[in-house]
Design a protein around this ligand. Structure first.
Ligand code: SF4
Ligand code: FES
Length: 248
């Protein structure tokens, strides 16, 4: 395939950005989107031009760092991570726009790379448990109902990519925060901090400048891990419980 990518280029956090078109030929449909960018970067380097800065690590849908907006959609046209999006999702002759995740709390570092450490600080505010360390307990020492274990596991699949924030007109990180609150709040080990966790994480979310949730639901449509909207309802139930009973 021969395609044109229009890529957001920005020299640094304070620099002005612009879309720059590049033609890329010999694109295989089996390439991932990131491999296509690798090929483009190789050619830019060979021509003595500055390669495009973009974030990535695992390239297998686990780390959440490959945060690109492709044709206006975080992670592109398939509901998956950008590293698991393949060029077979596009056609010969296509023009594809590639931009960084856009949200106030995600400042651009360079080109397509943004700083998502605001999400880390929300986790630091409450996404942990206090458990005695030492020898690992027997697997069945703390019984967990199957339903709770399944829902906790589903919530734990959130990879902190931030696509939910990037797509939300409010720039809200509520789906992310609710996944972390749900993951720990459904397990016996997460109960000691359950009431303070939800309040502390939401306070941090506000302090980072993320918007509030107004039930738009775009977040679930782009989430590569399919975190359901009802996860936000669970967070709201935890919050009401905390406010009613007081924090720990
Ligand atoms: S909830 Fe989904 S979209 Fe949001 S950070 Fe987690 S994995 Fe990414
Ligand atoms: S590079 Fe790790 S999820 Fe895409």
């Amino acid at each position: 395939m021969k395609i044109t990518v229009r890529v957001w280029r920005q020299d640094g956090p304070e620099a002005e950005g612009r879309m720059v078109p590049y033609e890329v030929d010999d694109v295989s449909e089996h390439m991932s989107f990131l491999e296509m960018l690798d090929v483009l970067n190789e050619r830019l380097t060979m021509r003595g031009e500055e390669p495009i800065t973009f974030d990535h690590d695992c390239r297998e849908g686990i780390c959440g760092s490959c945060d690109l907006v492709i044709d206006g959609i975080p992670h592109g046209p398939q509901q998956t991570t950008t590293c698991q999006l393949h060029m077979r999702s596009f056609s010969d002759g296509d023009t594809i726009d590639v931009e960084p995740f856009r949200a106030g709390p995600f400042p651009v570092i360079k080109d397509l790379m943004v700083d998502r450490s605001a999400l880390d600080r929300i986790i630091q505010a409450g996404g942990f448990i206090s458990a005695p360390t030492g020898t690992a307990p027997d697997a069945h020492a703390t019984p967990v109902p199957k339903n709770d274990a399944d829902h906790a596991f589903d919530a734990a699949t959130c990879i902190g990519c931030g696509a939910c924030v990037a797509v939300c007109p409010n720039g809200s990180s509520m789906l992310f925060t609710s996944a972390k609150v749900t993951h720990l709040g459904l397990l016996p080990q997460g109960q000691p901090e359950r009431r303070s966790r939800v309040v502390n994480m939401l306070n941090q979310q506000d302090a980072e400048g993320f918007g509030g949730c107004t039930n738009i639901g775009d977040c679930t449509a782009v989430c590569p891990k399919g975190i359901p909207f009802e996860t936000i309802s669970r967070l709201n139930r935890d919050l009401l419980g905390s406010l009613a009973r007081g924090r720990d």
